[in-house]
Design a protein. Structure first.
Length: 367
């Protein structure tokens, strides 16, 4: 467990998983297939099976010669995630899965089915180095970064379950991705950008989920926020702010000791201006800590007139935490103060709370 306020930006070095098809862009996939002594177009055929048809059974790949299927599977499609535990709530429409990686590290993903859409919350790191004291993941520390393929395979697994009718509500497809599971996405920048490209690229190169349906969150790694604006993939940027003043945010979000509120928001507004995408401000309401009406006014001062939306998150319980969710009347007052200033605000639906699958609860527990 990390010391209070300790930040870890460099992930511990551990043995990497084998290279997977999803670690590679289309040109690299063709090179890899040629390296196996096979024609380059096999890469497109296998990509179509894996990412469009979502088939993980080589016997179904009828457009690939039977004698080549196992060679390709063994070389380019090694198993990366093994489901340890899956639990559900909301009549089976919310499912949290604990995954074991090749080295025994554990991560979690959450699939949430709503009327008209399906959202997946995925992890980008095993653990997290940002050490936010109200978040179960942050308190566990950072185990390692995930690879691009380990990130995308969480989505592929959820998409398969939906396609096969294994999720309550019948067959469907994933429409939205939020990088709000375990880890700080921008601290694992290269792998996360690779995953964003695999998720958003048209099939069969990728999963074909529109960039507008993808949200990447950050506690405020300013240089990476600015870099994200240059990538040409207009995902939604979500900033985990949680406090409008440096004095409190230094404690709640320790990275604030590196980049202050003003710097983080400047980078967010630059992102909005470059991408023309509305920035989401995430704010977990904590009883008697950051939920005062005057802090709502201070938050409004920072946000009014910007291309922004505030997501208020009732604090979800984590074992041993000294903090609890705001009183309902204080939450309502906070909302009113923001609305009075013309700042768009909603209170997030805390899906998955009873299965420890909601914001701040992911700890990859297997018991």
């Amino acid at each position: 467990m990390p010391e209070p306020g300790e930040l870890v930006f460099e992930a511990p070095r551990r043995g990497k998983p084998p290279v997977h098809l999803l670690d590679l862009d289309p040109a690299q996939r063709r090179e890899a297939v040629v390296g196996l002594g096979l024609p380059a177009f096999r890469a497109d055929q296998v990509s179509r099976q894996w990412l469009t048809r979502l088939s993980d059974d080589p016997s179904e790949w009828t457009d690939v010669p039977a004698g080549e299927r196992e060679t390709i599977r063994a070389a380019l499609l090694p198993p990366l995630l093994s489901a340890v535990r899956a639990i559900d709530c909301d009549a089976g429409t919310t499912v949290k899965t604990v995954w074991r990686l090749h080295d025994g590290a554990l991560v979690e993903s959450v699939l949430m089915r709503y009327p008209g859409r399906v959202t997946m919350c995925i992890s980008s790191q095993a653990g997290c180095g940002m050490n936010c004291p109200f978040c179960a993941t942050g308190q566990a520390g950072l185990t390692r970064n995930l690879t691009t393929a380990e990130i995308v395979e969480q989505v592929v697994a959820g998409a398969r379950s939906l396609q096969r009718g294994e999720i309550a509500g019948g067959p469907g497809r994933v429409s939205n991705i939020v990088f709000m599971g375990m880890g700080e996405p921008l601290a694992n920048y290269a792998a996360v950008i690779g995953a964003v490209r695999r998720i958003t690229e048209e099939q069969p190169s990728g999963l074909g989920i529109g960039a507008r349906g993808v949200t990447v969150s950050t506690v405020g790694l300013v240089p990476r926020m600015r870099q994200l604006a240059t990538e040409g993939v207009p995902v939604t940027l979500a900033v985990s702010l949680h406090a409008p003043d440096d004095h409190l945010r230094d404690t709640l979000v320790p990275v604030n000791t590196r980049w202050k509120v003003a710097e983080v928001l400047d980078a967010a507004w630059e992102y909005a201006e470059t991408t023309h995408r509305r920035v989401s401000i995430e704010y977990a309401l904590i009883k008697d800590v950051n939920d005062q009406a005057w802090r709502a006014d201070l938050l409004a001062d920072l946000l009014v007139g910007q291309l922004v939306h505030v997501n208020l998150i009732p604090l979800n319980p984590t074992p041993g935490s000294k903090w609890t969710a705001s009183r309902p009347e204080d939450e309502r007052a906070f909302v009113r103060r923001l609305e009075a200033r013309g700042v768009p605000v909603t209170v997030r639906d805390t899906r998955g709370r009873e299965i420890d699958g909601a914001c701040g609860q992911l700890a990859a527990a297997t018991d």
